[in-house]
Ligand binder design. Structure first.
Ligand code: ADP
Length: 169
């Protein structure tokens, strides 16, 4: 126990820079889960050097899906979109690291998969705009709101990784 508490304190003592603490909300939508793409998507963020600070498998209710896509209320596809998001398990995650919000969007690709570059998640795996595999926050404000909607503060962990020193100067 003495050893454990000593190492916990070491982690807590290391200061994280503001850049390292940038966070985004990423969700693998029901189509991505059904198509077996969880590991591939997580691997891309992980190999880049981003840090997973929260993750859970959730089946959102229709009501929750409507809250998540609140800004799209009134659009013709809103009902279909929220039916789809609440149709099965979703992998909800928070990823952390320098530039993770913008870079996460680059990883994801354009909203319409056929307009997404090959190499992006939507470019590589999807065809229809309504079955585009993944969601990612589009800016700092959205990221903050979406993280707060999907996660309780205690579900988000702050921790140091040994590899951080090989990623950041
Ligand atoms: P993004 O997910 O790329 O941030 P938006 O926030 O504009 O895109 O839209 C949210 C989601 O709504 C999209 O990922 C897509 O699944 C769906 N969507 C957007 N536009 C359309 C459309 N014209 N028809 C059907 N679904 C759409």
């Amino acid at each position: 126990a003495a050893f454990l508490s000593a190492s916990v304190y070491t982690f807590v003592d290391q200061e994280l820079s503001a850049a390292e603490l940038e966070r985004t909300f990423i969700a693998i939508k029901p189509d991505g889960v059904q198509r077996g793409l969880i590991s591939d998507i997580i691997a891309r963020f992980e190999k880049k050097g981003y840090k997973l600070v929260a993750i859970k498998l959730v089946h959102p209710t229709k009501d929750f899906a409507e809250k998540h896509y609140d800004d799209l209320k009134g659009r013709p596809f809103f009902n279909g979109l929220t039916d789809f998001l609440s149709s099965g398990p979703v992998v909800a995650m928070v990823w952390e690291g320098q530039g993770v919000i913008k870079y996460g969007r680059k990883f994801i690709g354009a909203t319409a998969p056929l307009a997404s570059e090959p190499g992006t998640i939507r470019g590589d795996f999807a065809i229809s705009v309504g079955r585009n595999i993944i969601h990612g926050s589009d800016g700092p404000e959205t990221a903050k709101d979406e993280i707060a909607l999907w996660f309780k503060p205690e579900e988000i962990l702050t921790y140091k990784k040994e590899t951080d020193k090989w990623l950041y100067e």
